[in-house]
Write a protein that binds this ligand. Structure first.
Ligand code: ADP
Ligand code: G6P
Length: 474
Protein backbone atom coordinates (compact mmCIF):
# COMPACT_ATOMS: atom_id res chain seq x y z
CA UNK A 1 0.00 0.00 0.00
CA UNK A 2 1.48 3.37 -0.88
CA UNK A 3 1.39 5.94 1.94
CA UNK A 4 -0.87 8.92 1.29
CA UNK A 5 -0.52 12.47 2.50
CA UNK A 6 -2.48 13.37 5.63
CA UNK A 7 -6.14 14.20 5.31
CA UNK A 8 -6.77 11.91 2.37
CA UNK A 9 -8.41 8.83 3.84
CA UNK A 10 -12.02 8.18 2.83
CA UNK A 11 -12.33 5.62 5.65
CA UNK A 12 -10.78 5.96 9.10
CA UNK A 13 -11.08 3.65 12.11
CA UNK A 14 -10.26 5.13 15.51
CA UNK A 15 -9.67 2.68 18.37
CA UNK A 16 -7.73 3.00 21.61
CA UNK A 17 -5.36 0.28 20.45
CA UNK A 18 -3.67 -0.34 17.16
CA UNK A 19 -4.02 -3.96 16.00
CA UNK A 20 -0.38 -4.53 16.92
CA UNK A 21 1.46 -4.03 20.20
CA UNK A 22 5.08 -3.13 20.69
CA UNK A 23 6.90 -6.00 22.49
CA UNK A 24 10.47 -6.08 23.71
CA UNK A 25 12.32 -9.26 22.72
CA UNK A 26 14.81 -10.86 25.20
CA UNK A 27 17.70 -9.83 22.91
CA UNK A 28 16.75 -6.16 23.37
CA UNK A 29 15.16 -5.71 19.94
CA UNK A 30 11.53 -4.73 19.73
CA UNK A 31 8.88 -6.25 17.53
CA UNK A 32 5.13 -6.07 16.79
CA UNK A 33 2.62 -8.64 18.00
CA UNK A 34 -1.16 -8.79 17.59
CA UNK A 35 -2.85 -6.84 20.40
CA UNK A 36 -5.10 -8.77 22.79
CA UNK A 37 -8.89 -8.85 22.73
CA UNK A 38 -11.95 -9.23 20.55
CA UNK A 39 -11.97 -5.71 19.07
CA UNK A 40 -8.71 -6.35 17.20
CA UNK A 41 -9.70 -9.90 16.19
CA UNK A 42 -12.87 -8.55 14.60
CA UNK A 43 -11.61 -5.36 12.97
CA UNK A 44 -8.30 -6.59 11.60
CA UNK A 45 -9.78 -8.63 8.71
CA UNK A 46 -12.17 -5.75 7.95
CA UNK A 47 -9.31 -3.24 7.71
CA UNK A 48 -7.10 -5.60 5.71
CA UNK A 49 -9.79 -5.56 3.02
CA UNK A 50 -10.50 -1.82 3.26
CA UNK A 51 -8.50 1.06 1.91
CA UNK A 52 -8.32 3.18 5.05
CA UNK A 53 -6.29 4.17 8.08
CA UNK A 54 -6.41 2.83 11.66
CA UNK A 55 -5.65 5.39 14.35
CA UNK A 56 -4.65 4.06 17.79
CA UNK A 57 -2.11 3.66 20.57
CA UNK A 58 0.86 1.26 20.36
CA UNK A 59 0.49 -0.03 23.92
CA UNK A 60 3.77 1.62 25.07
CA UNK A 61 4.07 4.93 26.95
CA UNK A 62 5.77 8.01 25.52
CA UNK A 63 6.26 6.58 22.06
CA UNK A 64 6.40 9.00 19.13
CA UNK A 65 6.01 7.12 15.87
CA UNK A 66 5.26 8.13 12.31
CA UNK A 67 2.38 6.39 10.49
CA UNK A 68 3.48 3.00 9.12
CA UNK A 69 2.16 0.01 7.17
CA UNK A 70 1.73 -3.41 8.79
CA UNK A 71 -0.02 -6.58 7.54
CA UNK A 72 -1.76 -4.67 4.72
CA UNK A 73 -3.02 -1.91 7.04
CA UNK A 74 -2.07 1.75 7.34
CA UNK A 75 -1.50 2.46 11.04
CA UNK A 76 -1.39 5.94 12.59
CA UNK A 77 -0.03 5.94 16.15
CA UNK A 78 -1.35 8.27 18.85
CA UNK A 79 1.03 9.05 21.70
CA UNK A 80 0.07 8.49 25.35
CA UNK A 81 2.34 9.70 28.15
CA UNK A 82 3.05 7.47 31.17
CA UNK A 83 0.70 9.63 33.22
CA UNK A 84 -2.06 9.19 30.61
CA UNK A 85 -1.56 5.44 30.48
CA UNK A 86 -2.14 5.46 34.22
CA UNK A 87 -5.10 7.86 34.35
CA UNK A 88 -6.84 7.53 30.99
CA UNK A 89 -6.20 3.85 30.17
CA UNK A 90 -5.68 1.96 33.44
CA UNK A 91 -7.71 4.52 35.41
CA UNK A 92 -10.83 5.89 33.75
CA UNK A 93 -11.14 3.30 30.96
CA UNK A 94 -10.38 0.18 32.98
CA UNK A 95 -10.94 1.20 36.61
CA UNK A 96 -14.11 3.29 36.06
CA UNK A 97 -15.91 2.45 32.80
CA UNK A 98 -15.03 -1.24 32.40
CA UNK A 99 -16.51 -2.36 35.76
CA UNK A 100 -19.40 0.14 35.50
CA UNK A 101 -20.41 -1.22 32.09
CA UNK A 102 -20.04 -4.85 33.25
CA UNK A 103 -22.71 -4.93 35.95
CA UNK A 104 -20.34 -3.50 38.62
CA UNK A 105 -18.87 -7.00 39.16
CA UNK A 106 -16.11 -5.13 40.99
CA UNK A 107 -16.71 -1.60 42.32
CA UNK A 108 -15.84 1.17 39.83
CA UNK A 109 -13.56 3.93 41.07
CA UNK A 110 -14.38 7.58 40.36
CA UNK A 111 -11.47 10.06 40.28
CA UNK A 112 -11.68 13.54 38.85
CA UNK A 113 -8.06 13.48 37.58
CA UNK A 114 -8.84 10.26 35.68
CA UNK A 115 -11.80 11.98 34.04
CA UNK A 116 -9.65 15.02 33.11
CA UNK A 117 -7.16 12.71 31.45
CA UNK A 118 -9.98 10.89 29.61
CA UNK A 119 -11.14 14.25 28.19
CA UNK A 120 -7.61 15.25 27.12
CA UNK A 121 -6.85 11.92 25.44
CA UNK A 122 -10.25 11.73 23.69
CA UNK A 123 -9.56 15.20 22.25
CA UNK A 124 -6.21 14.01 20.96
CA UNK A 125 -7.78 11.01 19.20
CA UNK A 126 -10.42 13.29 17.67
CA UNK A 127 -7.71 15.67 16.46
CA UNK A 128 -5.77 12.79 14.89
CA UNK A 129 -8.91 11.57 13.10
CA UNK A 130 -9.70 15.11 11.91
CA UNK A 131 -6.21 15.32 10.41
CA UNK A 132 -6.38 11.99 8.57
CA UNK A 133 -9.92 12.09 7.17
CA UNK A 134 -10.64 13.37 3.66
CA UNK A 135 -13.51 15.80 3.02
CA UNK A 136 -16.81 13.98 3.68
CA UNK A 137 -15.00 10.78 4.79
CA UNK A 138 -16.44 8.04 7.00
CA UNK A 139 -14.90 7.77 10.47
CA UNK A 140 -15.70 4.77 12.63
CA UNK A 141 -14.90 5.24 16.33
CA UNK A 142 -14.58 2.12 18.51
CA UNK A 143 -15.41 1.31 22.10
CA UNK A 144 -15.74 2.74 25.59
CA UNK A 145 -12.28 4.31 25.78
CA UNK A 146 -13.28 6.89 23.15
CA UNK A 147 -16.85 7.91 23.91
CA UNK A 148 -16.13 11.65 23.70
CA UNK A 149 -14.52 11.41 20.26
CA UNK A 150 -17.74 11.57 18.18
CA UNK A 151 -18.85 15.00 19.48
CA UNK A 152 -15.34 16.44 19.51
CA UNK A 153 -14.70 15.22 15.98
CA UNK A 154 -17.99 16.66 14.75
CA UNK A 155 -16.99 20.02 16.26
CA UNK A 156 -13.68 19.91 14.38
CA UNK A 157 -15.02 18.40 11.16
CA UNK A 158 -18.78 18.80 10.63
CA UNK A 159 -18.39 17.43 7.09
CA UNK A 160 -17.63 13.85 8.27
CA UNK A 161 -19.93 10.88 8.61
CA UNK A 162 -19.28 9.51 12.09
CA UNK A 163 -20.10 6.04 13.39
CA UNK A 164 -19.46 4.58 16.84
CA UNK A 165 -19.47 0.95 17.91
CA UNK A 166 -19.53 -0.13 21.56
CA UNK A 167 -17.86 -3.55 21.89
CA UNK A 168 -18.89 -4.00 25.52
CA UNK A 169 -22.34 -3.91 27.14
CA UNK A 170 -24.10 -0.60 27.76
CA UNK A 171 -25.45 -0.77 31.32
CA UNK A 172 -29.01 -0.19 32.56
CA UNK A 173 -29.55 3.45 33.59
CA UNK A 174 -29.79 2.52 37.27
CA UNK A 175 -26.10 1.54 37.08
CA UNK A 176 -24.96 4.10 34.48
CA UNK A 177 -26.40 6.87 36.67
CA UNK A 178 -23.55 6.36 39.15
CA UNK A 179 -21.15 7.99 36.70
CA UNK A 180 -20.50 11.58 37.79
CA UNK A 181 -19.89 12.52 34.12
CA UNK A 182 -22.90 10.65 32.67
CA UNK A 183 -24.23 13.73 30.84
CA UNK A 184 -20.89 14.45 29.15
CA UNK A 185 -20.54 10.81 28.05
CA UNK A 186 -24.00 10.75 26.47
CA UNK A 187 -23.37 14.10 24.76
CA UNK A 188 -20.04 12.78 23.48
CA UNK A 189 -21.67 9.71 21.95
CA UNK A 190 -24.48 11.73 20.42
CA UNK A 191 -21.89 13.40 18.17
CA UNK A 192 -22.14 10.26 16.01
CA UNK A 193 -24.66 9.71 13.20
CA UNK A 194 -24.99 6.01 14.03
CA UNK A 195 -24.27 4.17 17.29
CA UNK A 196 -23.90 0.39 17.16
CA UNK A 197 -24.28 -1.95 20.13
CA UNK A 198 -23.84 -5.70 20.53
CA UNK A 199 -27.39 -6.50 21.67
CA UNK A 200 -30.80 -4.87 21.37
CA UNK A 201 -30.78 -4.52 25.16
CA UNK A 202 -27.61 -2.40 25.06
CA UNK A 203 -29.15 -0.06 22.48
CA UNK A 204 -32.31 0.27 24.60
CA UNK A 205 -30.23 0.99 27.71
CA UNK A 206 -28.43 3.74 25.80
CA UNK A 207 -31.64 5.27 24.45
CA UNK A 208 -33.11 5.27 27.93
CA UNK A 209 -29.96 6.95 29.29
CA UNK A 210 -30.43 9.70 26.67
CA UNK A 211 -33.83 10.48 28.12
CA UNK A 212 -32.78 10.29 31.76
CA UNK A 213 -29.38 12.02 31.49
CA UNK A 214 -30.02 14.68 28.83
CA UNK A 215 -33.81 14.70 28.41
CA UNK A 216 -33.89 13.55 24.77
CA UNK A 217 -36.65 11.13 23.87
CA UNK A 218 -36.43 8.48 21.20
CA UNK A 219 -38.66 7.70 18.31
CA UNK A 220 -38.02 4.03 17.57
CA UNK A 221 -34.23 3.81 17.52
CA UNK A 222 -33.73 7.45 16.53
CA UNK A 223 -33.01 10.53 18.62
CA UNK A 224 -33.16 14.08 17.29
CA UNK A 225 -30.40 16.32 18.65
CA UNK A 226 -29.87 20.05 18.18
CA UNK A 227 -26.40 21.22 17.17
CA UNK A 228 -25.02 24.43 18.74
CA UNK A 229 -26.01 26.27 15.53
CA UNK A 230 -29.62 25.23 16.17
CA UNK A 231 -29.75 22.72 13.29
CA UNK A 232 -31.37 19.40 14.10
CA UNK A 233 -29.68 16.11 13.35
CA UNK A 234 -30.84 12.51 13.61
CA UNK A 235 -28.82 9.96 15.56
CA UNK A 236 -29.63 6.26 15.21
CA UNK A 237 -28.79 3.63 17.84
CA UNK A 238 -29.30 -0.08 17.35
CA UNK A 239 -27.78 -3.54 17.60
CA UNK A 240 -25.15 -4.87 15.17
CA UNK A 241 -23.81 -8.08 16.79
CA UNK A 242 -20.13 -8.39 15.95
CA UNK A 243 -18.59 -11.56 14.56
CA UNK A 244 -15.41 -13.19 13.28
CA UNK A 245 -13.83 -14.17 9.98
CA UNK A 246 -15.51 -17.58 10.21
CA UNK A 247 -14.37 -18.92 6.83
CA UNK A 248 -10.72 -18.13 7.53
CA UNK A 249 -10.89 -20.06 10.81
CA UNK A 250 -12.69 -22.95 9.15
CA UNK A 251 -9.92 -23.12 6.53
CA UNK A 252 -7.19 -22.97 9.14
CA UNK A 253 -8.88 -25.71 11.17
CA UNK A 254 -9.01 -28.03 8.12
CA UNK A 255 -5.32 -27.58 7.26
CA UNK A 256 -2.85 -30.45 7.45
CA UNK A 257 -0.65 -28.40 9.82
CA UNK A 258 -3.51 -27.97 12.29
CA UNK A 259 -4.35 -31.66 12.19
CA UNK A 260 -0.73 -32.55 12.91
CA UNK A 261 -0.62 -30.02 15.74
CA UNK A 262 -3.82 -31.42 17.30
CA UNK A 263 -2.28 -34.90 17.36
CA UNK A 264 0.92 -33.59 18.93
CA UNK A 265 -0.99 -31.59 21.56
CA UNK A 266 -3.14 -34.57 22.47
CA UNK A 267 -0.11 -36.72 23.02
CA UNK A 268 1.61 -33.94 25.02
CA UNK A 269 -1.45 -33.89 27.29
CA UNK A 270 -1.04 -37.64 27.93
CA UNK A 271 -3.73 -38.82 25.46
CA UNK A 272 -6.74 -37.99 27.64
CA UNK A 273 -10.12 -39.40 26.64
CA UNK A 274 -11.72 -35.96 26.86
CA UNK A 275 -10.45 -32.36 26.89
CA UNK A 276 -12.31 -29.42 28.42
CA UNK A 277 -11.04 -25.98 27.37
CA UNK A 278 -11.34 -22.40 28.66
CA UNK A 279 -9.84 -19.44 26.73
CA UNK A 280 -10.15 -15.96 28.19
CA UNK A 281 -8.31 -12.75 28.77
CA UNK A 282 -7.53 -12.88 32.47
CA UNK A 283 -10.46 -10.63 33.40
CA UNK A 284 -12.94 -10.72 36.30
CA UNK A 285 -15.83 -10.48 33.83
CA UNK A 286 -15.00 -13.92 32.41
CA UNK A 287 -16.13 -15.95 35.45
CA UNK A 288 -12.95 -18.05 35.50
CA UNK A 289 -13.25 -18.56 39.28
CA UNK A 290 -16.86 -19.79 38.93
CA UNK A 291 -15.75 -22.28 36.30
CA UNK A 292 -12.85 -23.53 38.44
CA UNK A 293 -15.14 -23.90 41.43
CA UNK A 294 -17.61 -26.00 39.44
CA UNK A 295 -14.87 -28.11 37.88
CA UNK A 296 -13.10 -28.56 41.24
CA UNK A 297 -16.32 -29.81 42.83
CA UNK A 298 -16.83 -32.29 39.98
CA UNK A 299 -13.35 -33.68 40.65
CA UNK A 300 -14.08 -33.73 44.38
CA UNK A 301 -17.43 -35.52 43.88
CA UNK A 302 -15.80 -38.09 41.57
CA UNK A 303 -18.15 -37.11 38.72
CA UNK A 304 -15.12 -36.22 36.59
CA UNK A 305 -12.16 -38.60 36.61
CA UNK A 306 -8.85 -36.73 36.15
CA UNK A 307 -7.24 -39.82 34.63
CA UNK A 308 -9.73 -39.52 31.74
CA UNK A 309 -10.56 -35.81 31.48
CA UNK A 310 -8.24 -32.78 31.53
CA UNK A 311 -9.08 -29.11 31.81
CA UNK A 312 -6.91 -26.74 29.76
CA UNK A 313 -7.32 -23.12 30.86
CA UNK A 314 -5.66 -20.47 28.69
CA UNK A 315 -5.67 -17.15 30.54
CA UNK A 316 -4.22 -14.36 28.42
CA UNK A 317 -2.28 -11.70 30.35
CA UNK A 318 -4.31 -8.48 30.49
CA UNK A 319 -4.14 -5.04 32.18
CA UNK A 320 -1.61 -6.36 34.64
CA UNK A 321 -0.92 -3.01 36.31
CA UNK A 322 -4.55 -2.59 37.39
CA UNK A 323 -4.94 -3.83 40.97
CA UNK A 324 -8.16 -5.83 40.44
CA UNK A 325 -6.43 -7.77 37.67
CA UNK A 326 -3.36 -8.52 39.80
CA UNK A 327 -5.59 -9.79 42.62
CA UNK A 328 -7.59 -11.92 40.20
CA UNK A 329 -4.46 -13.53 38.80
CA UNK A 330 -3.25 -14.44 42.30
CA UNK A 331 -6.66 -15.88 43.17
CA UNK A 332 -6.87 -18.01 40.02
CA UNK A 333 -3.33 -19.29 40.32
CA UNK A 334 -3.96 -20.24 43.95
CA UNK A 335 -7.10 -22.17 42.97
CA UNK A 336 -5.38 -23.97 40.08
CA UNK A 337 -2.49 -24.87 42.41
CA UNK A 338 -4.92 -26.32 44.96
CA UNK A 339 -6.85 -28.30 42.34
CA UNK A 340 -3.66 -29.77 40.97
CA UNK A 341 -2.32 -30.50 44.46
CA UNK A 342 -5.50 -32.43 45.27
CA UNK A 343 -6.22 -34.18 41.98
CA UNK A 344 -3.08 -34.54 39.85
CA UNK A 345 -0.76 -37.49 39.65
CA UNK A 346 2.87 -37.36 38.51
CA UNK A 347 2.94 -36.46 34.83
CA UNK A 348 -0.84 -36.03 34.73
CA UNK A 349 -2.07 -32.62 35.91
CA UNK A 350 -5.84 -32.27 36.35
CA UNK A 351 -5.67 -28.65 35.13
CA UNK A 352 -3.23 -27.24 32.57
CA UNK A 353 -3.01 -23.50 33.18
CA UNK A 354 -1.36 -21.40 30.45
CA UNK A 355 -0.76 -17.70 31.00
CA UNK A 356 0.42 -16.81 27.48
CA UNK A 357 -0.58 -15.36 24.17
CA UNK A 358 -0.59 -17.81 21.26
CA UNK A 359 -0.58 -17.52 17.48
CA UNK A 360 -3.92 -18.03 15.74
CA UNK A 361 -2.80 -21.47 14.47
CA UNK A 362 -2.27 -22.72 18.02
CA UNK A 363 -5.65 -21.38 19.18
CA UNK A 364 -7.41 -23.24 16.37
CA UNK A 365 -5.56 -26.46 17.23
CA UNK A 366 -6.74 -26.06 20.84
CA UNK A 367 -10.35 -25.54 19.68
CA UNK A 368 -10.07 -28.68 17.54
CA UNK A 369 -8.74 -30.62 20.48
CA UNK A 370 -11.47 -29.54 22.90
CA UNK A 371 -14.46 -31.85 23.39
CA UNK A 372 -16.06 -29.12 25.50
CA UNK A 373 -15.47 -25.34 25.49
CA UNK A 374 -16.48 -23.51 28.68
CA UNK A 375 -17.52 -19.85 28.43
CA UNK A 376 -18.80 -18.72 31.83
CA UNK A 377 -18.63 -14.90 31.59
CA UNK A 378 -20.56 -13.00 34.26
CA UNK A 379 -21.11 -10.29 31.65
CA UNK A 380 -19.59 -10.11 28.14
CA UNK A 381 -20.44 -7.81 25.21
CA UNK A 382 -20.19 -10.67 22.69
CA UNK A 383 -17.49 -13.29 23.44
CA UNK A 384 -15.73 -14.11 20.21
CA UNK A 385 -14.02 -17.17 21.68
CA UNK A 386 -17.39 -18.96 21.57
CA UNK A 387 -17.80 -18.06 17.88
CA UNK A 388 -14.21 -19.08 17.07
CA UNK A 389 -14.80 -22.50 18.62
CA UNK A 390 -17.87 -23.05 16.46
CA UNK A 391 -16.08 -21.81 13.32
CA UNK A 392 -13.19 -24.21 13.94
CA UNK A 393 -15.44 -27.29 14.33
CA UNK A 394 -15.89 -28.18 10.65
CA UNK A 395 -16.14 -31.79 11.89
CA UNK A 396 -19.38 -30.86 13.73
CA UNK A 397 -17.98 -32.29 16.96
CA UNK A 398 -17.61 -30.64 20.34
CA UNK A 399 -19.98 -29.00 22.82
CA UNK A 400 -20.17 -25.30 23.63
CA UNK A 401 -21.18 -24.46 27.20
CA UNK A 402 -22.10 -20.77 27.05
CA UNK A 403 -23.05 -18.22 29.67
CA UNK A 404 -26.45 -16.58 29.25
CA UNK A 405 -24.76 -13.27 30.02
CA UNK A 406 -22.83 -13.04 26.76
CA UNK A 407 -23.98 -11.31 23.58
CA UNK A 408 -23.16 -14.59 21.79
CA UNK A 409 -25.94 -16.37 23.72
CA UNK A 410 -28.54 -14.37 21.72
CA UNK A 411 -27.29 -15.99 18.51
CA UNK A 412 -25.85 -19.35 19.57
CA UNK A 413 -29.03 -20.68 21.11
CA UNK A 414 -27.99 -24.26 20.35
CA UNK A 415 -25.17 -24.08 22.86
CA UNK A 416 -25.76 -25.46 26.35
CA UNK A 417 -26.66 -22.18 28.05
CA UNK A 418 -25.72 -21.72 31.71
CA UNK A 419 -26.05 -19.18 34.50
CA UNK A 420 -22.44 -19.04 35.78
CA UNK A 421 -23.62 -18.02 39.26
CA UNK A 422 -25.52 -21.30 39.54
CA UNK A 423 -22.59 -23.59 40.36
CA UNK A 424 -24.79 -26.69 40.57
CA UNK A 425 -26.22 -25.87 37.14
CA UNK A 426 -22.73 -25.38 35.67
CA UNK A 427 -21.58 -28.72 37.14
CA UNK A 428 -24.56 -30.61 35.72
CA UNK A 429 -24.10 -28.92 32.34
CA UNK A 430 -20.41 -29.86 32.17
CA UNK A 431 -21.32 -33.50 32.88
CA UNK A 432 -24.06 -33.36 30.27
CA UNK A 433 -21.60 -31.89 27.74
CA UNK A 434 -19.03 -34.61 28.48
CA UNK A 435 -21.67 -37.28 27.91
CA UNK A 436 -23.41 -35.78 24.90
CA UNK A 437 -23.94 -38.30 22.05
CA UNK A 438 -22.15 -37.46 18.80
CA UNK A 439 -25.40 -37.07 16.89
CA UNK A 440 -26.63 -34.40 19.25
CA UNK A 441 -23.26 -32.63 19.12
CA UNK A 442 -23.47 -32.58 15.32
CA UNK A 443 -27.06 -31.33 15.28
CA UNK A 444 -26.27 -28.42 17.59
CA UNK A 445 -22.96 -27.56 15.96
CA UNK A 446 -24.47 -27.56 12.47
CA UNK A 447 -27.09 -24.94 13.37
CA UNK A 448 -24.56 -22.73 15.14
CA UNK A 449 -22.09 -22.97 12.25
CA UNK A 450 -24.74 -21.96 9.76
CA UNK A 451 -25.42 -18.81 11.79
CA UNK A 452 -21.82 -17.65 12.17
CA UNK A 453 -20.78 -18.46 8.61
CA UNK A 454 -23.73 -16.40 7.37
CA UNK A 455 -23.30 -13.53 9.87
CA UNK A 456 -19.53 -13.14 9.72
CA UNK A 457 -17.49 -10.06 10.49
CA UNK A 458 -17.49 -8.85 6.88
CA UNK A 459 -21.27 -8.79 6.97
CA UNK A 460 -21.25 -7.00 10.34
CA UNK A 461 -19.03 -4.25 8.92
CA UNK A 462 -21.00 -4.07 5.67
CA UNK A 463 -24.33 -3.69 7.49
CA UNK A 464 -23.01 -1.08 9.90
CA UNK A 465 -21.33 0.99 7.19
CA UNK A 466 -24.37 0.74 4.93
CA UNK A 467 -26.59 2.03 7.73
CA UNK A 468 -24.10 4.83 8.43
CA UNK A 469 -23.89 5.92 4.79
CA UNK A 470 -27.61 5.50 4.02
CA UNK A 471 -29.43 6.97 7.01
CA UNK A 472 -32.55 7.30 4.83
CA UNK A 473 -32.90 3.49 5.05
CA UNK A 474 -32.97 3.60 8.87
P1 ADP B 1 -12.38 -9.95 24.93
O1 ADP B 1 -12.58 -9.05 23.77
O2 ADP B 1 -13.06 -9.51 26.17
O3 ADP B 1 -10.95 -10.29 25.19
P2 ADP B 1 -13.44 -12.07 23.20
O4 ADP B 1 -13.75 -13.49 23.53
O5 ADP B 1 -14.51 -11.35 22.46
O6 ADP B 1 -13.07 -11.35 24.57
O7 ADP B 1 -12.14 -11.98 22.30
C1 ADP B 1 -10.92 -12.53 22.71
C2 ADP B 1 -10.01 -12.70 21.50
O8 ADP B 1 -8.67 -12.88 21.95
C3 ADP B 1 -10.36 -13.90 20.66
O9 ADP B 1 -10.14 -13.60 19.30
C4 ADP B 1 -9.35 -14.96 21.13
O10 ADP B 1 -9.00 -15.92 20.16
C5 ADP B 1 -8.15 -14.11 21.46
N1 ADP B 1 -7.35 -14.75 22.50
C6 ADP B 1 -7.74 -15.05 23.75
N2 ADP B 1 -6.75 -15.63 24.43
C7 ADP B 1 -5.70 -15.68 23.60
C8 ADP B 1 -4.36 -16.16 23.74
N3 ADP B 1 -3.90 -16.68 24.88
N4 ADP B 1 -3.54 -16.05 22.67
C9 ADP B 1 -4.00 -15.50 21.53
N5 ADP B 1 -5.24 -15.03 21.35
C10 ADP B 1 -6.08 -15.11 22.37
C1 G6P C 1 -12.00 -5.83 25.00
C2 G6P C 1 -12.34 -4.38 24.71
C3 G6P C 1 -11.31 -3.78 23.77
C4 G6P C 1 -9.91 -3.99 24.32
C5 G6P C 1 -9.67 -5.48 24.61
C6 G6P C 1 -8.31 -5.75 25.21
O1 G6P C 1 -12.12 -6.54 23.82
O2 G6P C 1 -13.64 -4.29 24.17
O3 G6P C 1 -11.54 -2.39 23.58
O4 G6P C 1 -8.94 -3.51 23.41
O5 G6P C 1 -10.66 -5.94 25.49
O6 G6P C 1 -8.08 -4.94 26.33
P1 G6P C 1 -6.88 -3.90 26.40
O7 G6P C 1 -7.15 -3.12 27.63
O8 G6P C 1 -5.66 -4.77 26.48
O9 G6P C 1 -6.90 -3.07 25.15
Amino acid sequence: MSPRPEGRYEFVVVANRLPVDRVEEPDGRSDWRQSPGGLVTALQPVMQQADGAWIGWTGAADEDLEPFDHSHMRLVPVRLSGDEVEKFYEGFSNGTLWPLYHDVIVPPTYHREWWDSYVTVNRRFAQAAAEQAAEGATVWVQDYQLQLVPAELRRLRPDLRIGFFNHIPFPPYEIFAQLPWRRQVIEGLLGADLLGFQRGQDASNFLRACRRAVGLTRRGHTIVVRDPQGRSRRVHARAFPISIDARALDRLARSEETRERVKALRSELGDPRLVVLGVDRLDYTKGIQHRLKAYGELLEDGRVDPSEVVLVQVATPSRERVEQYRLLRDEIELTVGRLNGDHSTIGLPAVHYLHHSYPREEMVALYQLADVLLVTSLRDGMNLVAKEYVASRYDERGVLVLSEFTGAADELTNALLVNPHDIQGVKDTIVRALQMPEREQARRMRTMRKRIIEYDVARWAREFLHALRHPEDE
